[in-house]
Design a protein around this ligand. Structure first.
Ligand SMILES: Cc1ncc(COP(=O)(O)O)c(C=O)c1O
Length: 283
């Protein structure tokens, strides 16, 4: 596998980063994952805008952080033989003697690679979830590599026989550990607004666009725990899962316990949308 590291291209086995890299020492980095369909990075501009927002939010500003991503992404995408895969991009605050304050002159560490294969392989159309306290910090809108809380939450879900943890803060279900969450009640979608408590997500935005096209009403408000558990349908969205039905929460069936009709309409619309992206008819 060919990877990009700090301006050079090399086989993954040859890529080396300092043990004093702040990404390693502090988790002081941000990242993006971009699905690729038919050699076309999905919503590249939106992903790069989110990366720029994450960098600005953590003070990665200035000339040393001006990275020419489109050329890097084009070369990575070319390495995907089937045309499908995903791109991973990461920027850390570089390598410097360990101290919390930003280093004065450290160049960032910029890393990127392409993973071949269906971006959603093994993700599943139907998933089981658990409810967990949202143990993350207060800036969930920043896509940071400091993912220890998300790691623990996903592991908790897996250890309890589920696929995803849905996160509750002040009785509101804002999002999942690695996904956004939607409840459906009386044909209407309920999902958390884009604020600091969720990652402003690309798949979520596409689903909201598709809902508008299908005439499905949407309320951008985080459902309460009771609203989520009592919903007719629940589903999650992410680049890796696209749109997946949550049919069990904490072991109990959601609605009738099978993927619901609103979910199925959106899932179908998403598949059509993706094929149109692949053919260059939509972005
Ligand atoms: C916490 C969190 N929310 C939501 C998402 C979904 O984001 P996207 O649709 O942009 O992949 C992710 C994806 O990694 C995530 O980590």
């Amino acid at each position: 596998m060919l990877v990009y590291l700090n301006g050079d291209w090399m086989p993954a086995e040859s890529a080396r980063v300092s043990a004093f890299d702040r990404g390693f020492i502090f988790g002081d980095g941000v990242y993006e994952v971009i699905p690729v369909y038919g050699h076309r990075p999905f919503r590249e501009a939106a992903h790069l805008a989110r990366l720029a927002d994450s960098m600005a939010a953590v003070g990665m500003v200035g000339q040393q952080f001006a990275i020419r991503w489109p050329a890097i992404l084009a070369r990575l995408t070319d390495t995907l033989r089937s045309g499908d895969g995903s791109l991973y991009l990461q920027v850390t605050r570089g390598s410097a003697p360990r101290q919390h304050a930003f280093p004065a002159n450290a160049p960032p560490t910029v890393f990127a690679y392409a993973r071949p294969g269906d971006p959603t392989a093994g993700a599943g159309f139907e998933v089981a979830a658990i409810l967990c306290d949202d143990i993350r910090w207060g800036r969930c809108d920043i896509k940071t590599t400091s993912l220890i809380a998300n790691v623990l939450l996903v592991q908790e879900a897996l250890s309890r026989g589920a696929d995803e943890a849905l996160l509750v803060r002040d009785d509101r279900v804002n999002e999942g550990a690695v996904s956004n969450v939607f409840a459906v009640s009386a044909g209407r979608l309920l999902t958390a607004p884009r604020d600091r408590l969720i990652l402003g997500c690309i798949t979520r935005d596409v689903v909201l666009e598709l809902a508008a096209e299908l005439g499905i009403a949407v309320e951008e408000r985080a459902p309460s725990r009771a609203e989520l558990v009592g919903a007719d349908e629940v589903f999650i969205t992410s680049s890796g899962r696209e749109v997946a039905a949550v049919t069990r929460i904490d072991g109990a069936p959601v609605g009738s316990g099978v993927p619901g009709s609103v979910f199925c309409r959106l899932h179908t619309a998403f598949q059509i949308f993706k094929e149109e992206v692949r053919m260059g008819k939509r972005v």
